[in-house]
Write a protein that binds this ligand. Structure first.
Ligand code: SME
Length: 353
């Protein structure tokens, strides 16, 4: 088994190119080139998960097959099993896809982002038994640099942005922003757009709460424009896109968000869960209008739900096929069924009053 020199300078080069790569394709291209040159392997490259199959991405070496199905070959199996596969002898791997007759051994490392495989890094050698556990360890680290969101950006957001939510109210705490990030990234997977912009806008959307609740969306936009750190990852134009997406995220916005980024953040910020919406409405009434009796609270609750969520209400959903759209329909049915809504109201009233 070859003992490779996983030298620091190679790893630093990978990290530097990865930090500078504005999207996953450019990072994959440089990672392939650096590994191919350093170790003279037969083939080094990426397959990306696109529309439910692996599609050939940036690579170095002979031309290779363009598509691989889930569970097929070494690549499709690594995707399915979400783990690195070391194949010491490709002839002994059932279903191995021979893109080149010269390949004798192979390693396939999945790129995993938030629990999902987004791509695989595939390396072929003309020697049998080329890859070992040490290679796995380093290649897993390197492959993680090909995730849709750069690790340096994720570190900045995790260390410098997310902790600011610890000072906000319960409805806008760390749990809230982490959920909005996850939902926004999940929604964004349907579109060919920049996942780092989605990630950053979702992470920053409520930062303005530090100054003012009413205008917090606008303050968030200002904070983003003033954050010079973001220039490490984004162009001036992209920073403007991020700022505008946060400015457009309010449910009460009287116009359409300016672009798909604003629509995604607005959509991810809506938590239309029928029970939660009613519970929070009851709680809000009790907190803000404590003078009202049960009937008064019921009127207020009903009026708010009508005004915001009923047909013609001010809530707008911008992504019609989102999970929210289905839940809004469920909520509207409840609002139409006055007796059932009243029963739910009474339950929360008795619980919190
Ligand atoms: N051998 C791979 C196919 C890709 S090529 O080797 C570049 C497999 O079995 O998945």
């Amino acid at each position: 088994m070859s003992k490779r020199d996983w030298n620091q300078s190679l790893l630093e080069q990978v990290a530097a190119y990865a930090a500078a790569g504005p999207d996953e394709l450019s990072r994959m291209a440089n990672i392939s080139a650096l590994l191919y040159k350093e170790f003279a392997w037969h083939w080094v490259g990426f397959y990306r998960v696109v529309d439910g199959e692996l599609v050939l991405g940036p690579f170095q070496g002979p031309a290779a097959c363009s598509r691989i199905a889930f569970g097929k070959g070494v690549c499709g199996t690594a995707w399915k099993e979400k783990k690195t596969l070391i194949v010491p002898d490709v002839d002994a791997f059932p279903g191995h896809i021979a893109c080149s007759a010269l390949s004798r051994s192979e390693i396939v490392v999945p790129v995993i982002d938030r629990g999902s495989v987004t791509a695989v890094l595939d390396i072929d050698s003309v020697q049998k038994d080329e890859f070992d556990e040490r290679d796995r360890e380093f290649l897993e680290r390197i492959a993680s640099e090909a995730r849709p969101v750069r690790s340096s950006l994720e570190r900045y957001i995790t260390q410098e942005i997310i902790p600011r939510y610890d000072h906000f109210d319960q409805g806008h705490d760390r749990r809230h922003v982490l959920r909005v990030i996850d939902d926004a990234l999940a929604l964004s997977a349907r579109y060919r757009i920049n996942p780092e912009i989605v990630y950053c806008a979702a992470a920053c959307h409520d930062l303005g709460l530090a100054e003012d609740r009413k205008t917090h969306h606008l303050v968030s936009g200002r904070i983003i424009r003033e954050d010079t750190n973001l220039r490490n990852w984004f162009s001036a134009k992209q920073i403007e896109t991020i700022a505008q997406a946060t400015e457009d995220h309010r449910a009460s916005l009287d116009r359409e968000p300016r672009d798909i980024y604003g629509k995604i953040i607005a959509e991810a910020d809506r938590q239309i869960d029928v029970q939660t919406v009613v519970r929070r409405t009851v709680q809000f009434g009790l907190d803000h209008e404590p003078g009202l009796d049960r009937e008064g609270q019921w009127q207020r609750c009903h009026a708010h739900l009508m005004e915001k969520y009923a047909e013609g209400g001010y809530l707008r959903l911008w992504i019609p096929e989102s999970p929210n759209a289905a839940r809004l329909e469920e909520l509207r049915e409840l609002i139409r069924d006055s007796a059932r809504l009243r029963a739910l109201f009474d339950r929360y009233y008795d619980q919190f009053a």
